[in-house]
Design a protein around this ligand. Structure first.
Ligand code: GLC
Length: 639
């Protein structure tokens, strides 16, 4: 049983809110103490631990009462984030509808599509010019003027709550910008704040780090350290040179960041996206990702937040190898005590692999290879987001298929990044590193799935094929265990946006090609026109409705993967009590058949022909084989 389940039990006792806070603190104290002293040895840090114990009740008392009441309701009502009713959308406020007020006006649009969970990209202050889309933070709580004011944000969060829409915001926990108040003081020579970052007089220690540290942005920001002449020191900058890595070996940093985290949830944030959390701890001689200390630190944040604001949960943004991602749910005594939610980056990358290869073996192998997640944790399933697509597959699994892993990766980059004439994809090669041969892919879902090329060549068959692919991939994320997250614009098949090439602050970063403006004109015509865009929108709207009406889609660790004997097919089943739903998808451009005897054995034909919820037609079997059309997705419901 994880700590959250213990808190749930305790919250049933009818005690008052402060008593429950004390109980939560008592319940988590051993773990908090253990994680704290594992990072900050006891002999030297008793004083800091006392500071933490004073900070927690202070933060609790400052939490708005409405949110404290919501915390208690949520504790009592179970894991809201595992519900089939949840469907998310990620968006840039300025690209969606100008600012926070504009966003609020669009609440009816979310309702129309069925979206009730929003991830807003960073809205806090940031440097002018390059800011990594706001991931270089000048503050954690101040709303950047271009989005509106804090009042606008509070009005929005309260309107979202009234409309049953959950909110996720980023907590850029690994780094600040070089204009953050701490960085500014450090630059001026303040030793205290120089210690908030990894700063070095000369390159001796950085050189040791560089021996094993990989590069995140090798094209635009090679190396992991930046020299700051005013400070006469090097500072660690793993991402861009203007993003300074926070030094969590200093407990003061942890204490300040904990207060920032809680205050962020006090604005009415339900899910906190822990940005780049795999990087939180650095150690010479390692790649400084996924280190055990990073896990202890995340669990420490979690255990403290849970005491103060138990209704808010954490999302792990760990875009790392599949077996490492699940570790962010916590292992051993930390199991279920780190992040409640994690991006299913593995599923995302594997779906793109299956589209390019038209085969599903690597998808199967990888899904079977990942250890099961704790029962109180869930995924965010998505096909595209604001970032690039990394080829995060396990090499040994590629090799088990008889493929050369290096050549396979090269094939994927060629397929998606316009280096093969026959490929329908129109992506861009991102951060190619000639030293390692690694590269990533940018581009919108629709352009990567062939819609841009099909429209440009006026090829109706290809348009249809591309729409089917788009629907199938979204359909898988809607049917998988976890929260489906649609990237704004994808619900209408938005193509690449090349305008970033004319903006000096963006042109070095092709991720902007997949950060388009919301096309309200197309949206206004969805009902009137029969276009690829309206086909995508209407089908997604329908699938979302089906998902919300069927409890099989709630995440109870109730997903089973089936091998069908056909390498082009993916099949998985969701079950709940006596309800069963079988998903079958064809990743090939030709019709495929599968032996239907195992489907019969599962009982799908016991009470007559099952209904395919996607087409709303019954599925008849005229032979021992079931035929699945190119890029068709079936959702068979057992009658
Ligand atoms: C995360 C964000 C990405 C950003 C990076 C550094 O990976 O998704 O957009 O560049 O963190 O903050």
């Amino acid at each position: 049983m994880n700590q959250a389940s213990l808190h749930r039990l305790l919250s049933q006792k009818g005690k008052d809110s402060k008593e429950l806070f004390d109980l939560r603190l008592a319940t988590n104290l051993t773990l908090i103490q253990k994680q704290f002293f594992s990072l900050y040895p006891e002999e030297r840090h008793e004083k800091n631990f006392k500071k933490l114990l004073q900070l927690l009740p202070k933060l609790y008392l400052e939490r708005p009462e409405a949110l404290r009441n919501q915390d208690l309701q949520r504790l009592k009502s179970g894991n809201w984030y595992q519900s089939e009713k949840l469907v998310g959308m990620q968006l840039y406020v300025e690209h969606f509808n100008k600012d926070l007020k504009g966003l609020q006006e669009k609440i009816p649009y979310f309702k129309k599509l069925g979206v009730n969970f929003l991830h807003l990209m960073p809205i806090t202050t940031r440097p002018k010019g390059e800011s990594d889309g706001g991931y270089a933070v000048n503050s954690y709580l101040e709303v950047d003027k271009k989005y509106g004011s804090k009042k606008d944000l509070l009005e929005l969060t309260s309107a979202l709550r009234k409309n049953g829409i959950y909110l996720m915001l980023d907590f850029v926990v690994n780094h600040t910008s070089n204009e953050f108040s701490w960085a500014k003081k450090a630059i001026k020579g303040d030793k205290k704040y120089q210690n908030y970052y990894y700063t070095y007089e000369d390159f001796t220690i950085p050189a040791e780090f560089e021996k094993t540290l990989p590069e995140v942005f090798p094209e635009t920001s090679p190396g992991n350290f930046t020299y700051i002449p005013e400070m006469e020191k090097w500072v660690m900058t793993v991402f861009n040179s203007y993003q300074w890595d926070l030094n969590y070996t200093n407990p003061e940093v942890f204490l300040e960041m904990l207060a920032n985290l809680v205050k962020l949830t006090d604005l009415g944030v339900d899910v906190v996206r822990f940005d780049a959390l795999a990087f939180l701890w650095k150690k010479i001689g390692t790649i400084s990702q996924n280190l055990p200390e990073a896990h202890n630190l995340i669990s420490l944040f979690r255990m403290c937040l849970q005491v103060v604001a138990p209704g808010s949960i954490l999302l792990a943004e760990a875009i790392v190898a599949p077996t490492n991602i699940v570790k962010y749910f916590g292992e051993g005594e930390k199991r279920g005590n780190e992040c409640e939610v994690a991006y299913n980056a593995s599923l995302m990358a594997l779906l793109w692999n299956s589209i390019a290869t038209k085969k599903t073996q690597l998808l199967y192998k990888s899904l079977m290879h990942v250890p099961p997640k704790p029962k109180d944790c869930t995924w965010i399933n998505y096909i595209r987001c604001h970032d690039d697509i990394g080829l995060g597959y396990e090499n040994h699994l590629i090799q088990e298929l008889g493929w050369n892993s290096e050549m396979h990766r090269k094939f994927l980059l060629d397929y998606y990044c316009q280096r093969l004439d026959w490929s329908p994809a129109k992506g861009i090669l991102f951060m190619y590193n000639p030293k390692t041969g690694d590269g990533r892919i940018t581009g919108s879902a629709a352009s990567l799935l062939g819609l841009e090329k099909a429209i440009a060549t006026k090829n109706d068959d290809l348009i249809k094929e591309s729409v089917n692919k788009i629907i199938m991939l979204h359909g898988i994320t809607l049917a998988f265990e976890g929260i489906p997250l649609i990237y704004a614009g994808d619900e209408i098949g938005t193509l690449n946006d090349y305008s970033f090439q004319n903006d000096a602050s963006k042109k070095g970063d092709s991720r902007w090609v997949n950060r388009p403006r919301q096309d309200w004109e197309t949206i206004s015509k969805l009902e009137k026109e029969d276009s690829p865009q309206s086909a995508i929108f209407r089908t997604l709207q329908k699938l979302i409705k089906i998902r919300k009406e069927n409890t099989v889609f709630a995440d109870h660790n109730n997903l089973e993967i089936y091998h069908t004997g056909n390498d082009h097919i993916l099949s998985l089943e969701r079950t709940h009590d006596d309800k069963r739903l079988l998903v079958i998808c064809n990743f090939d451009e030709n019709p495929q058949v599968i032996d239907s005897s195992w489907i019969k054995k599962l009982g799908y034909f016991s009470n007559g022909e099952p209904m395919d919820l996607v087409s709303a037609e019954k599925i008849a079997l005229n032979s021992a084989l079931l035929e699945v059309m190119p890029y068709q997705m079936l959702w068979l419901m057992k009658s």
